[in-house]
Design a protein around this ligand. Structure first.
Ligand code: PAF
Length: 282
């Protein structure tokens, strides 16, 4: 596996690959890999001749009071894990090379970024779309693989790609969970044992919602109340519980095929998100 440190070298590599008619799949990440990332990498190797993983803790998607300073990092372990997955290139640029002092451009998707996580993290998605747009230009992938845990991020990126007529296929990867149901996240490392236990209320809420939908419940307000009651049994702070359409992210009063149950909570100082397409077979 090659480790590439600068955007210029990365694009030169991509141009060489493209000149031979071969394809590139990109997995954008912020590192500190867990099994969820490794599955995205496997998907990338299946989808193209070459897999590139970007590892960049993107400062502009963190708010002033967020966890940029303590975001977990382990570069040498990440290199070993990516190499073992058959990744061709790990692209790990420096902040100064991605955002030179004179940089003045942001990529902004409006509307879809206002609600859900956008409400408590103003500017977050502008940071995401800006860095993903830059990564697409630098790496020139045919396809890019994203996990569905960040389902609003996925919807926003799909919108950006469609709106900008970008010839990149966005591949959605299902949520990867620990054996007890907690959705995998680099931020899970922040949790103490008791917080980790409390965090399982998210998965319990999904199980409950699925059972209620299977039994024929269609009123979102009823399920909303039940899910909040269930989450409140643990020492967590609810940021939002929403039932929204999976593409438009508009709230839905009637539960239906396109409905996603999306939740964000705070456990101690750690913010966790989870979601589920309630009618989807597992
Ligand atoms: O999902 C993430 O890890 C990040 O938001 C991404 C897509 C790598 C952009 O920095």
């Amino acid at each position: 596996m090659e480790i590439i440190r600068t955007p210029l070298e990365m694009t030169a590599w991509a141009n060489r690959v493209l000149a031979t008619g071969q394809t590139i799949a990109l997995v954008p990440t912020m590192g500190f890999f867990h099994e969820g990332h490794l599955r995205l990498m496997r998907k990338a190797t299946e989808n193209a001749d070459h897999a590139v993983v970007s590892l960049f803790v993107n400062p502009i998607q963190f708010g002033a009071n967020e966890d940029l300073g303590r975001y977990p990092r382990n570069f040498s372990r990440d290199c070993q894990l990516a190499q073992a997955e058959g990744v061709d290139v790990l692209f790990a640029p420096e902040v100064e090379d991605m955002y030179p002092a004179e940089a003045a451009t942001r990529v902004i998707v409006s509307g879809l970024t206002d609600g859900l996580c956008g409400e408590s993290r103003p500017g977050h998605f502008n940071g995401v779309t800006t860095v993903v747009a830059k990564l697409f230009h630098i790496v020139k992938p045919h396809c890019a693989v994203f996990g569905r845990k960040d389902f609003q991020q996925l919807a926003v990126i799909e919108r950006m790609v469609a709106d900008l007529n970008w010839d990149v296929k966005i591949v959605r990867h299902p949520i990867v969970r620990e054996t007890d149901g907690l959705a995998m996240s680099s931020r899970n490392t922040y949790l103490s044992a008791s917080e980790r236990h409390a965090a399982l209320c998210l998965f319990r809420a999904i199980g409950h919602a699925r059972r209620r939908v299977r039994a024929g419940l269609v009123e979102a307000t009823v399920l909303h109340r039940e899910v909040e009651e269930l989450l409140r049994r643990e020492a967590v702070i609810i940021e939002y519980v929403s039932f929204v359409d999976q593409s438009t992210l508009r709230p839905q009063a009637v539960l239906q095929k396109s409905t996603v149950l999306a939740m964000a909570i705070k456990v101690g100082t750690t913010r966790l998100i989870d979601n589920d397409i309630l009618f989807e077979e597992h």
